[in-house]
Design a protein around this ligand. Structure first.
Ligand SMILES: [Zn+2]
Length: 277
């Protein structure tokens, strides 16, 4: 029952597709000084992979469950909702969810666009019901993502890798949401403009790994959140330590990481997870 102060934490990668990367990148993230990873999911199989990694790394790998806007095509919505609801204890967020109007199947077929919206709205409503924040993908659909989050969402979350228009960014910040940046901050004018405008107290850092880092010609991994931090400190003209402390605090606040029920201690005693895996 501690009033004891907890030691300052290292950086947190707030958005990584860890189930696509595996175990060894977790060791490298620890070695690089990170204090945690929010592992997002994209489909039911990747949700399962994420949970498995969180069980192996309790207190370090934090779980976000959700269906990605480019992965919903072969998913059954009711199954997905049941899965997320059943495995919600121990989760820190619902994600990655959202809309992607640049996806080729959605561009071609209006019915798919409607279905994408249905997945997004339903998962927003579920996050509200579960009182969990959301991690939102909004590529090419920034205005609609904001409008629907404001109508149906849980009132807290992050517009991840936000490279959209600045007027929508203002709405995102007004709604109380965070925005995040990746190592692409080095070369993306849209991402730079958004991060220049957003106040540091509303910015999270991430990698979206294993997304390719163009400037380095390789896939990213969570330890690369140190690159994101360096680019953000340069952009803001602030000391690296200040940017690290602020963004880590933001991640702890949004995802309630200090009070989260760590999978290692609270899961695996029966209930949904054991039946799901
Ligand atoms: Zn992602």
């Amino acid at each position: 029952m501690g009033l004891r102060r907890v030691a300052r934490m290292g950086p947190i990668d707030t958005h990584a597709h860890l189930s696509d990367l595996g175990d060894e990148v977790v060791a490298r993230a620890r070695a690089a000084g990170l204090s945690g990873i929010v592992a997002v999911s994209a489909s039911v199989p990747t949700c399962e992979g994420t949970i498995k990694l969180a069980r192996q790394h309790p207190g370090f790998v934090h779980v976000a469950l959700g269906i990605h806007p480019t992965e919903f095509f072969d998913q059954d919505l009711e199954t997905v909702l049941g899965f997320i609801r059943e495995n919600a204890p121990g989760c820190v967020a619902v994600g990655e969810i959202g809309l992607d109007y640049w996806h080729r199947l959605v561009r071609k077929d209006g019915a798919q666009k409607e279905r994408q919206r249905e997945f997004y709205v339903t998962q927003l409503q579920l996050a509200r019901e579960l009182d969990l924040p959301v991690s939102i993908h909004s590529r090419g659909a920034w205005g609609d993502c904001l409008r629907l989050a404001s109508e149906h969402g849980p009132g807290r979350g992050v517009f991840h890798w936000y490279s959209g228009p600045l007027d929508v960014l203002a709405g995102v910040l007004d709604l109380g949401y965070y925005v995040s940046c990746t190592p692409a901050l080095e070369g993306s004018p849209e991402l730079r403009a958004a991060m220049e405008r957003a106040p540091l107290e509303r910015i999270l850092v991430e990698t979206d790994s294993p997304v390719w880092i163009k400037s380095q010609g390789r896939a990213s991994e969570p330890a690369d959140v140190l690159l994101t931090l360096r680019h953000l400190a340069d952009l803001k003209g602030l000391p690296l330590g200040d940017v690290e402390a602020a963004t880590t605090g933001n991640a702890e606040t949004l995802f309630k990481l200090r009070s989260a029920r760590w999978p290692g201690s609270s899961w695996g005693t029966g209930g949904g997870l054991s039946s799901a895996l």
